[in-house]
Design a protein around this ligand. Sequence first.
Ligand SMILES: [Zn+2]
Ligand SMILES: [Zn+2]
Length: 651
Amino acid sequence: MVNITFPDGTVREYEKGITGLEIANSISRRLAQEVLAASVDGETWDLTRPIDKDAEVKLLKWEDDEGKHAYWHSSAHLMAEALQELYPGIKFGIGPAIEHGFYYDVDPGEGIAIKEADFPVIEKKMMELIAAKEDIKRASISKKDALDMFSNRDENYKVELINELEDGTITTYTQGQFTDLCRGPHLPNTSYIKAVKILSSAGAYWRGDEKRPQLTRLYGITFPKKKLLDEYLVMLEEAKKRDHRKIGKELQLFQFSQTVGAGLPLWLPKGTQLRMRLEDFLKKIQREFDYDPVITPHIGHKQLYVTSGHYEKYGKDSFQPIKTPEEGEEFLLKPMNCPHHCEIYKAFPRSYKDLPLRMAEFGTVYRYEQSGELHGLTRVRGFTQDDAHIFCTPDQVKDEFLKVMDIIFIIFRALDFKEFEAQISLRDPEDKEKYIGTDENWEKAERAIVEACQEKGLKARVELGEAAFYGPKLDFMVKDALGRRWQLGTIQVDYNLPDRFELEYTGADNQKHRPVMIHRAPFGSMERFVAVLIEHTAGKFPLWLAPTQAVVIPVSERFNEYADQVVKELKKQDIRAEVDDRNEKVGRKIRDNELKRIPYLLIVGEREAENQEVSVRKQGGEDKGSVKLSTFVDEVTREVSEMMNPGKLDF
Ligand SMILES: [Zn+2]
Ligand SMILES: [Zn+2]
């Protein structure tokens, strides 16, 4: 017999060789229908794999990431099996599960292309194989047998992979006529998969190496219910409409120029308006929280980054040093602001009375990304962090975390991110050697972060072993309007840079001490944040942020003069307004400005001009009728101020 311990701590005795599926069945039929894989002592296993010793077992369902992973990995095999039947001689690269679905890299052979028009045929074949309810069987196999098997089938990519594996560790999975070299885990059979969709194809170099053959990467997704697939496809359509690259162009927010260089965004006037408003908002909050703004150059001496350790870590894989013509000195484009801020810290002798010291800079940094990795504003080569570094004593860490969390909450509230998650990354208690800094300081900081979250009532997932080697951190993920997760703000404790830069302060005991450094960026970077904001709002920015808050539309030329007068008055009251005096029909002007996501359209004609009124139409079509211009101004001013000062926050 073996003892199986469940996540709630209960222990049950089973026959040796029991499987995850049998355990599920022993609990309930319903559970047995829902489980996809089993976690056995922390490793994800097939449901049909026998358990021979005492173990901690968690049954994994669709809701569990590992369950989904096994499901989508099995779906990748299913797609490969279908492809093998449809394209005899096709060769396979790798086919993993990814965050949403799976892909398989395939080589269909000389002159054969798999195009979008072929997707329905592949899907149909996959459905046939699902209907056949083929068992998915695991087998351990010697390296020699694996090499024989795959070279007989001319699977040269697989042979290359096998050659890198160690004998005794190799497994294959077989369903129907299809066998794959694979570690698993997989579903028990193909019938678990209910709805399939091939999403797209792209070129992908074998092993990411442009000197190797280019394979076809087919992306797909599957679900245990047809309804889930339908919902996913609707979400994808909506995501396409909200793509920040598309909306950024429509609203003239930013642009890229190949002449300036890939991944180097150009902020257009309207985008700059938006970004500056975000920056001003944060600057105002930072003033209230006693931050000192600083400004540092875009380049720094190579030695600065040798000291900080950045050069060793990123030097070769990033932009190369700039040399001065006379002295032959080497400078690097700044990949991070922290080393510069450490030098500011060192500008004066510091005492414990000076701490905490909070230095803030909207610092533009440059990091090389491969051209294939660049994507709109979310993956760029130059970006501006809303950076700040807090230098404090170990005892001040908790208080500083609480304050940074306040700032992050104010921002999320003002920008209408209602749902977010937090993750606390702590060190691996089993492997303390790989971290820098004293045990005492780590414990203090880790406790501080956990307590700060508790005090704020913030639910945070704790991940052991996810901390950087130089300190624990707290990350925030927001959920956007489509339910997609984006990583935004980070608060990171750092014991490393203060050491490397030999930062000190004189304590109350008159002795020298090392300060703790905290890196924090509530937005992350302005580029990424604006991208997320565009996709979250579909370009319908909150009123306080909208580059143009109101457009005045005269019903005919006769009222252009009054319209101009209205705009002038609005601008005087700090409301961003424009007039649309194009010689077009009113209906057309309304439509055009709605497409530009203008929050308020103000239509003016005879009656409005006579009474100093405007006829207010809110974004989305709500007609609020004619009101005095002064009333409109008061309402907008109040709305903006409420958004920017959301008051007490509770979570
Ligand atoms: Zn596999
Ligand atoms: Zn930093």
